[in-house]
Structures are given as structure tokens and as C-alpha cells.
Design a protein around this ligand. Structure first.
Ligand code: NAD
Ligand code: USQ
Length: 384
């Protein structure tokens, strides 16, 4: 099977590309490297010193003998995209290549517009390129659990059966996303669903929760494969940020009450979930949705877990409840289903003391690279 990993220079994409290559898939990476540019424009950097994509791929070849093809360019450029697909001839496209930060999308009008154009147009171009040349190819698209928001009823996997005025139908689950970024994912889902319906394309939307951790079997094989680990207030995500904050003695930044509950998963499960989706493709014409997380945690509980793990390593860890820069419920019901991937064989790595220890040790190893000015959130959801 030939798998094109779009966004393969990023956090989830790089780990997935190596994993698939290691498992015997023929892998190509397509990325315009724009994430590295956004970091430098914002003056932020990953905790870890990441090598260039060319160095990464060359080292992979030297170490394993396996080749990864590279296409550097932008998927919003249709001619570049369709030419790359014709050259690579994928049987599966895994699409990670979007602007994925909620705070980035809320900086101002320009960043909101950019996020939605980049994400929605990129995905629409992929759908058209598939329709033109690869109608049988399986699209595995990274969506987000945040598409659903925090409804006061159980969250199903993509669809809900509703009885209304004596009639019954199975319909897309209602979406109440919490940022212009999360909204871009909802728009993508609608476009992909429609394309499957009208052109008979096959797609799987992986509504992923917040990813944590940095090491996978493959990225741990050599220093050159080290993955990015974001800790700044724009791209850093909850648990990864808390571990890095604990390592440098910065109080943990819980926004508001901390009762916000989300789905979480270890990056080692991200790569497995994607592989499972690839190995079990959707039928032609089918738009499948899997909720991709392994556990639910509130932000306050995660902070407590990091504090406990830090204390047992001799770190003094304080928890601060900051004024919430976002507009979101801070106490709410949250119960989401996640059985589709488990039924296909996912064996989760649940959050454990040993994972927290290893992440804290990892953060401590690179703590001299931390810029403390980048930790507090600076982007507000509210009208000034
Ligand atoms: P990332 O920013 O590390 O990687 C995204 C990659 O896509 C970058 O290398 C970037 O250069 C590339 N890219 C962006 N726009 C592109 C374009 N127009 N053309 C070509 N390449 C482009 O992000 P990530 O954390 O690896 O997330 C990957 C995907 O997974 C995203 O779609 C995100 O929404 C989803 N996701 C991530 C998380 C998480 O916790 N990190 C959780 C749920 C879902
Ligand atoms: N939060 C804090 N303190 C922090 C960081 C975050 O309290 O220092 C809170 C936020 O207010 C929010 C929750 O933690 O309630 C999650 O925030 P996050 O920054 O960890 O994650 P989020 O913005 O939702 O986005 C991340 C990824 C995104 C992905 C999403 C999955 O950046 O690409 O889509 O997780 S999900 O959250 O399930 O929608």
C-alpha cells in the first residue's frame, strides 16, 4: 500500500510517517513546512531541537534502508497537489496538513481567515484531486473531538439516531465547536461527507482528542528523528505544556475552574489508530467517523496528576488558575463514545505514572531551551 502523509513534517504526521514506513507501507510525505515558519514568525520554538525534513528522511534511509518520498509544497496550490499525487500514486492519503491551533485561529481576523482558507481549501483540493485521478483512494482525515463541543448528552461517533414527530433518521451529530480552527474541521467534515455521497469517494474522519507525549518506537530510534514538542501559549497543548511547566518550575496554567473535560491519547496510539484506519478502509461512498481518544480527563485533574508525578521526582509544582482566555464551559457533562477503533483492535497506552515520569524527564533534559515569555496565554477569545 502506498500512503501519502500530508503534513508529515508535523508532530502527529512525522511520527505516523515513520511508523507506517517501519510497518512496511510505501510512504511519501507532502508538507509545505509552513509550521516551522509560523513558529519563527511568532518567535516560538519547539522544546526539542528538530532536524530538517531532508535530514530526517536521509537518516531514516541510512538506518533502515527504507525510502520516504518527499513533496514540498502547499495543498492549497491545486496544480502542485495533483501533480504530486500523479507522481506518487497513493492508495491512501492521510491528511494532517492543516493549521491546528485554536489560539492561532483566534488572534485576529487575518489568522481566522487564513486558518479557514488553508484548512477548508486544502481539503477541498484533495477531494477534487481524488475525484479526478484517484476515486478509489481512501482518505484518512484528521478531524477533532472539538467538532462536537460539550453537549449535555452523550457524544456518538459521527452520527446520532433521532426520532422527531414520529419519524426516525440517523443524522450527522450536531456540531458546536469552540474556535475558528475547530470550525474549520466541521466545514471539512461536511465537504468530505458530501464528496463521498456525490462522487462515491471513501473517507474516514478521525475525530482526535488532545495528543500527549513525544516518543514513539520509531522517533526514539535516533536523535535526528526527535519529534516536535510544543509548550508555548499558541501551539502547546494541555498535558504537554503542564509537564514542561513543571520541569522548569513554572506554575501550571489551568484556565478558569479547570473542569473542562476532553478526550486525550498518547502519540503512540495516534500512529496506531491511523494505521488501523488505513488497514480497514471505508467502503466506496462511505464517510466513516471514528472518535480517536483513549481516556477522558478534566484539565484540573491532569494538573493534579502532573503535580503528583513532579513531586515524586523532587520537583516543586504549583497550580495556578488563570483567568480563562477562551470562551468555553468550565464545568460540564462530557461522555463520548470511542468504540470503533477499539473494535478494530486498538490496544491503548493509558496515561500512567511511567509516561508522566518519562515526559517530565524529557522536558527536564531540554529545559534550557524554554523561553518563559512564551508560556502564558496571550490570545483572547473575547471582544477587547
Ligand atoms: P503540526 O502543526 O505539528 O503539523 C501540521 C503539518 O501540516 C505541519 O508540518 C505543516 O507545515 C503542514 N501544513 C499545514 N498547512 C499545510 C498546507 N496548506 N500544505 C501543506 N502542508 C501544510 O500539527 P499536529 O499537531 O501534527 O496536528 C496534525 C493534525 O492532527 C491536524 O489536522 C490537527 O488538527 C489534528 N489534531 C491534532 C491534535 C494534537 O493534539 N496535536 C489533536 C487532534 C487533532
Ligand atoms: N487549557 C488550559 N491550560 C493550558 C492549555 C489549555 O487550561 O495551558 C485548556 C483549554 O482552555 C481547553 C483545554 O485545556 O479547555 C484543551 O486545550 P488545548 O490547548 O490542550 O487543546 P485544543 O485547543 O482543544 O486543541 C488541541 C489541538 C487541536 C486538536 C484539539 C483536540 O491543538 O489541533 O484539534 O486539541 S480537542 O481538544 O479534542 O478538540
Amino acid at each position: 500500500m502506498k500512503v501519502l502523509v500530508i503534513g508529515g513534517d508535523g508532530y502527529c504526521g512525522w511520527a505516523t510517517a515513520l511508523h507506517l514506513s517501519n510497518e512496511g507501507y510505501e510512504v511519501g510525505i507532502l508538507d509545505n513546512l509552513i509550521r516551522r515558519y509560523w513558529d519563527s514568525k511568532l518567535g516560538v520554538d519547539t522544546l526539542t531541537p528538530i532536524a530538517s525534513i531532508q535530514q530526517r528522511i536521509q537518516r531514516w534511509k541510512d538506518l533502515t534502508g527504507k525510502t520516504i518520498d518527499l513533496f514540498v509544497g502547499d495543498i492549497t496550490d491545486y496544480s502542485f497537489l495533483s501533480q504530486s499525487l500523479r507522481e506518487f500514486e497513493p492508495t491512501t492519503i492521510v491528511h494532517f496538513g492543516e493549521q491546528r491551533s485554536a489560539p492561532y485561529s483566534m488572534i485576529d481576523r487575518e489568522h481566522a481567515v487564513f486558518t479557514q482558507v488553508n484548512n477548508v481549501v486544502g481539503t477541498l483540493n484533495i477531494l477534487y484531486a481524488m475525484k479526478e485521478d484517484f476515486p478509489d483512494c481512501h482518505l484518512v482525515k484528521l478531524g477533532t473531538m472539538g467538532e462536537y463541543g460539550t453537549p449535555n448528552i452523550d457524544i456518538e461517533e459521527g452520527y446520532i439516531t433521532i426520532e422527531h414527530n414520529g419519524r426516525k433518521d440517523t443524522l450527522p451529530y450536531p456540531k458546536q465547536p469552540g474556535s475558528f480552527y475547530h470550525l474549520s474541521k466541521v466545514h471539512d467534515s461536511h465537504n468530505i461527507h458530501f464528496a463521498c455521497k456525490i462522487w462515491g469517494l471513501r473517507a474516514t474522519d478521525l475525530n482526535q482528542g488532545v495528543v500527549y507525549g513525544v516518543l514513539t518506537e520509531e522517533t526514539g530510534m535516533d536523535e535526528i528523528f526527535i519529534n516536535r514538542l510544543d509548550y508555548d501559549g499558541v501551539f502547546g497543548t494541555a498535558l504537554n505544556r503542564f509537564c514542561i511547566q513543571a520541569a522548569i518550575g513554572h506554575p501550571l496554567t489551568v484556565y478558569g475552574k479547570g473542569g473542562q473535560t476532553r478526550g486525550f491519547l498518547d502519540i503512540r496510539d495516534t500512529v496506531r489508530c491511523v494505521e488501523i484506519a488505513i488497514a480497514n478502509p471505508a467502503d466506496a461512498g462511505k464517510f466513516r467517523v471514528f472518535n480517536q481518544f483513549t481516556e477522558l480527563f478534566s484539565i484540573g485533574d491532569l494538573a493534579m496528576m502532573v503535580k503528583k508525578a513532579g513531586n515524586s521526582m523532587g520537583l516543586d509544582v504549583e497550580i495556578n488558575h488563570l483567568e480563562n482566555p477562551r470562551v468555553e464551559l468550565e464545568e460540564h457533562y462530557f461522555n463520548a463514545k470511542n468504540t470503533n477503533l477499539l473494535d478494530l483492535g486498538l490496544q491503548p497506552h493509558y496515561l500512567s505514572d511511567s509516561l508522566l515520569d518519562s515526559l517530565l524527564n524529557f522536558a527536564t533534559k531540554y529545559k534550557d531551551r524554554v523561553d518563559e515569555q512564551q508560556i502564558l496565554p496571550k490570545v483572547s477569545w473575547r471582544r477587547k
